[in-house]
Write a protein of this length. Structure first.
Length: 249
């Protein structure tokens, strides 16, 4: 029922910020999520609390020692039970909504955040899989772990209201969002599209889907290639492109 997450990190006070605001905070408040950040330094075997050392073979930077990580993972698993262990790493699978949905039905997760150049390779048997935020360089895994906690929170029961059911709706899944408008009805000479003021909800839904298909085609064609558009969706996209060529000429 409740997803229990333990984050192993050198910056626990930073990671805890993710449940101080917004949807993740709500998830904790309704009892759908529990989050605890565990300081890997508490598992250092030295009085100096050091958890990194120089790389065998030489080279720049430091490597996280296996011992403290193994002990921290064991303690976290004891605290929350049968958990999947996920390391946040530049070598991981890219974080996707499909992966987030799978993780949201796990009873417990241990998220391992690396710092320095990375983890000693010998801890890999303790890790179920690795997840990356994308192909750019972060300073450590904490922001990726916080992103994962945020994204998982949105899928937990009782956390989102009707915005959530819209997100769960397969209708527009895999597409970029349609444009949004609020008051005033005219701003800097730009009017809100008439259809949104019409009160015709079927027509509005059709317009939004058309805009979503158009935006996805123009901005993220890679997403459309994965989708295999249905016949009616392909027709709507054609209509979008036709209207757009009319505006441009
Ligand atoms: C610049 C150092 N790089 C080798 C030349 C390797 C490297 C080591 C450690 C790069 C980044 C990191 C720290 N990053 C993460 O722990 C991390 C990460 C990321 O950097 N990008 C996207 N997703 C993630 S998840 C964890």
């Amino acid at each position: 029922m409740v997803v229990k997450i333990e984050v192993l990190t050198l910056f626990p006070e930073f990671v805890e910020q993710v449940v101080k605001v917004g949807i993740p905070r709500k998830a904790v408040e309704v009892g759908a999520l529990s989050l605890s950040a565990r300081d890997i330094r508490n598992y250092s075997d030295g009085a100096d609390r050091r958890v990194d050392d120089r790389p065998y073979g030489g080279g720049p930077g430091m490597v996280m020692e296996p011992g403290p990580l193994a002990d921290a993972i064991a303690a976290a698993k004891t605290a929350i039970g049968n958990a999947k262990v996920v390391a946040l790493s530049p070598q991981g699978l890219p974080m996707t909504q499909a992966l987030v949905k799978q993780l949201a039905v796990e009873p417990a997760l241990v998220l391992v955040c690396g710092r320095y150049e990375g983890l000693d390779e010998r801890v890999t048997p303790l890790i179920d899989f690795e997840v990356s935020l994308g192909d750019f360089v972060l300073s450590g895994g904490e922001l990726a772990a916080m992103a994962l906690v945020d994204a998982v929170s949105r899928w937990l029961p009782g956390v989102l209201g009707h915005e959530g059911s819209a997100e769960a709706d397969s209708f527009s899944a895999g597409l970029l969002d349609h444009p949004h408008y609020t008051r005033p009805p005219s701003w800097r000479g730009e009017a809100v599209p008439d259809v949104l003021l019409s009160g015709d909800h079927a027509k509005i839904a059709r317009w939004r889907l058309k805009q979503a298909l158009g935006a996805t085609f123009l901005k993220r064609p890679d997403l459309l290639e994965e989708l295999e558009l249905s016949r009616p969706h392909a027709e709507l996209l054609k209509e979008f492109l036709h209207e757009r060529s009319g505006e441009k000429n």
